[in-house]
Design a protein around this ligand. Structure first.
Ligand SMILES: [Ca+2]
Length: 565
């Protein structure tokens, strides 16, 4: 929401705000502790819907609590392990479906098999790109509320605030062992690193794949990047020697409360595609090793595996997929790796008490559509945009004996809902902070009771700090520019026009006012709980073995910061 949009809230609505929020301060008594626990502060839209179903949902929740308690008892008092696999930049329909495999020439047979073992979440929404989606899952909040905006490539001196309460912190508090492996992308300051955000152990690159796989000599040779590598031009007019990112930290590892160390790159050594492939192989190996080690312990675990593949910008010597595109090839590789990891879950005998969720973090990187081998499939658009192709992803959840095998749900779910749902299932609902807005809705009923038990029929879709679209039931409004009346806004019926190509004024005429009411309710919540900024700081603090070239870029970055002027 822009400041301008905010200023347009009529003052009279503040009275409505008071009415809406009375329900959020009625205390209830947490069973585990005797302390008075306030209700979670959800967006006003949720409570608007919840009031219409309060009786039914309260009764349903009692049954769910009883079921979770029974499951826990059957497992020696242990809540389930949670394995969360998040795949980067893949279109909806790209994995988990054999028919689509024939369309795209990419074999994802392991993920297809996995999809049949649990529930396919057919209307999973994410944020439009990596950093915001991951932040939404970690904090249960729309990233705009904590200051997270676009994906950052080089030094920024900012990141996920220490004051945010992550799912890993909450699960740690109730006794879980927590591990993060792979892509993180939440900033370059110490507070934002996963081992400082609740994970016992983390192996991750500080930045993302543009640095790791696009800014390489091999990607330059493949003509996938223009002008970065010195050999691609004479550099005769390059007065500013600092413009092109160099010397960035690559992959690091850290333990809770400790410092991080950079892995596999010496001072003066050039980062290449071979390093990138080694890094991917290492993360896969570590995911399996961590799984083995966590399974042996007495405590439940939360293992997060966020692979870097399929992002990759170089063709192998011999492609194995029919498609052969440089992303497609790695998606097929990743499918093999997911198969290995799931086989390990079975081998370790923990499958029955492990909830596994696998999904993509946003739509494809359509900017490389064609040679990447991925394309806009059913939905239009991709990474960075609010169209369905940017925010609708494949998502599957498996928990044998608890989530019905072979089921599917057409209910709307947003990635932030995993935060609240994982917390409930792990017995950590009391750990959810009550002093801020939590956008994530508890969707345990959907997982346990199946389709038509979802508790959300809306999604607010942001691009950075701008609210670009609102989804409600089958309708989607592209938020009109300031001054354009809602009755003239483009409104789409997503079932009849999944590619959002033909807005009908007839739908906007009646729904424009309802969508505007949703915006007003959303704004009331923002006014009461204003957005916070990201934490700022010196990049790479807390990494103990910075290379000399890295120290130099940190000095360059700090030299022009406002504090140095
Ligand atoms: Ca992504």
């Amino acid at each position: 929401m822009t400041k301008k949009q905010l200023e347009s809230v009529p003052l009279g609505l503040c009275a409505l705000a008071v009415g809406l929020f009375v329900s959020t301060v009625i205390p209830n008594f947490a069973s585990a502790q005797t302390k008075v626990q306030k209700k979670i502060v959800h967006d006003a839209e949720y409570y608007f819907v919840q009031k219409q179903h309060a009786k039914k949902w309260t009764a349903e929740d009692k049954k769910i609590d009883a079921k979770l308690a029974k499951l826990r008892k059957a497992n020696g008092g242990k809540p389930p392990n949670i394995l969360y696999i998040l795949i980067d930049d893949v279109s909806f329909g790209q994995m988990g479906n054999r028919t689509m495999n024939y369309v795209t020439g990419i074999d994802t047979s392991n993920i297809n098999k996995f999809a049949t073992q649990g529930m396919s979440l057919m209307r999973m929404y994410t944020e439009p790109s990596c950093t915001p989606t991951r932040a939404a899952m970690l904090t249960g909040r729309h990233p705009v509320r904590l200051g997270h905006e676009e994906v950052k490539v080089a030094l920024v001196g900012e990141g996920l605030p220490a004051s945010e309460v992550t799912i890993a912190e909450m699960l740690s508090e109730v006794g879980y062992r927590t591990v993060h492996i792979g892509k993180w992308h939440q900033g370059d300051i110490e507070a934002s690193f996963p081992h400082n955000q609740g994970f016992d152990f983390a192996a991750f690159p500080v930045h993302q794949q543009v640095q790791l796989s696009l800014m390489t000599p091999e990607a330059a040779d493949a003509n996938n990047l223009f002008g970065w590598h010195p050999k691609t031009q004479s550099n005769a007019f390059s007065l500013d020697k600092k413009f092109k990112p160099y010397g960035l930290v690559t992959g690091v590892e850290g333990r809770k409360g400790g410092k991080a160390r950079e892995i596999d790159l010496k001072s003066g050594e050039k980062w290449t595609q071979a390093h990138y492939e080694r890094m991917n192989e290492r993360y896969q190996r570590q995911a399996v090793e961590q799984l083995r080690s966590l399974a042996k312990q007495n405590k439940p675990f939360f293992l997060q595996y966020w692979p870097l593949y399929p992002l990759n910008f170089v063709h192998p010597k011999q492609s194995k997929s029919v498609n052969g595109g440089f992303h497609a090839e790695k998606l097929q590789q990743l499918d093999v790796w997911v198969g290995e990891l799931l086989k390990e879950v079975d081998k370790l005998g923990i499958a029955k008490n492990t909830l596994v969720v696998l999904m993509a973090d946003n739509g494809l990187m359509y900017h490389y559509g064609g040679p990447s081998g991925l394309s806009q499939l059913i939905y239009r658009g991709g990474k960075t945009n609010h169209l369905e192709g940017g925010v609708r992803v494949d998502a599957f959840a498996r928990w044998p004996g608890v989530i019905e095998a072979g089921s599917a749900a057409g209910d709307i779910i947003h990635v932030s809902d995993l935060f609240t749902t994982f917390a409930r299932i792990a017995g950590a609902t009391d750990q959810i902070p009550r002093d801020r807005v939590i956008d994530g809705i508890d969707q345990t009923a959907l997982l346990l009771k199946g389709e038509h038990h979802g508790r959300r029929d809306y999604v607010f879709i942001y691009e950075n700090e701008i609210l670009r679209s609102i989804v409600k039931q089958e309708f989607k409004m592209h938020v009109p520019a300031p001054g354009v009346p809602g009755a003239a806004a483009p409104v789409y019926n997503l079932y009849r026009d999944p590619r959002e190509e033909n807005p009908h004024v007839g739908m906007a005429l009646w729904s424009g006012a309802s969508f505007q009411d949703m915006i007003k309710r959303h704004q009331i919540t923002i006014k009461k709980y204003p957005h916070k900024p990201l934490d700022k700081g010196r990049p790479y603090e807390g990494i103990e073995n910075l290379r000399p070239e890295t120290k130099e870029i940190v000095e360059t970055f700090m030299s022009w910061q406002p504090s140095a002027q």
